[in-house]
Design a protein around this ligand. Sequence first.
Ligand SMILES: [Zn+2]
Length: 424
Amino acid sequence: MAENRNIIVGLDGVPFGMIKDFTESGVMPNTSKLLNDSVLTPMYSTVPEISSVAWSSIITGANPAEHGIFGFIDLHPNSYKMRFPNFNDLRAATFWENCEGPSVIVNVPSTYPVRSMNGVHVSGFVSIDYEKSVYPESLVSTLKGLEYRLDVDSMLAHKSMDVFLDDLDRTVDARISSIQTFWDQCKWQNFMFVFTGTDRLMHFLWDAYDDKGHKYHRKFLEYFSKIDAAIGRIIDLSENSDSVILLSDHGFEKLDHDVFVSKILAEEGFLHFNPSEESSLQNIGPKTKAFALDPARIYLNRKDKYPCGSVEEKDANEILNQLEELFSSLEIDGRKVIKHIFKKEDVYEGPYFKDAPDLVLIGDTGFNLKATTAGKSRFGKGIFTGKHTYHDAFLAVKSKNRNISFDKQPSVIDAGKLIRSLTK
Ligand SMILES: [Zn+2]
């Protein structure tokens, strides 16, 4: 079995352009060496382009309508009450559950709570209880000894960027120590770990990447150098016959405007709240035709699906056409706001199709779509300077055993299928 080992390294949110930049400019020299032996391609994320959905597709090779995860938030059946899907809601098997050999899985988003498996599993965000984040539980004390932390404290960035950056550093240092420890101590056929601090760093400090004169520009590069050193150590320890996959789950770019999709739906008469109650989904009024869940998943308020649903099947298409027209013509300062409008049947296929959103919007360059009903106006700008992108995640594959080539740009679902076939 040792001749068929797989190493999978995730860099959450890192766009194709950035990995090209950092490997060419010397910020990530070890990654550069790895890419010299790899096939590198830009890659599409899932729809929507968020970590919970994309990593669920990467570890299963499945479409969201097959694995059942459509966002960080979903609704309880027949209600507007929100819930947070977790690993128990994933309806497709992971590659490590399909593989007879042992695996080490560290910090993959949306894999909490852990369950028994052949090997070691430490779940990624959103992980709540330490004990439910580590399998086998006997490793909890090892991880605590390494000062391993389940996630960074992003709230710190709202108080002090320096304190937040220290927190990011301490979190990634402990993550790297744990990876080293598992590498040394565990038997494995598949070894997967994901760096998620990259996504947090880019949300808060994309401007520090863009602007060489920015106070935190060097710090931004140093964070990536640190990850590069960890990748370098793993590659040095790996064997020539090991397959290595380096990938991200979505891309990133500069954020110019937040766009409050629910506010637009309300102003255009699609979404109504009961008067004198707060504007939350729980207070949706019966005249509502459509509502949104983060980041921009739009659901028709169907009569047969929701407690105060009003949309009959015969009227669905017309309302969808009105919504498409509304969002495709949306502009601010002469700039187009929406890049893609995906219909349910364009992107989803599988047994959970009925749970999929009717439309998913993807923002054009610089437009960060949000479904929060708390938006005071259509557009705004918060603390974030970076946002996710759909079209420019990346995938790099080094494999001695397999001829790898892509005739068109793959998606994270294709990456998941490839991982599945390599780890079989
Ligand atoms: Zn993010």
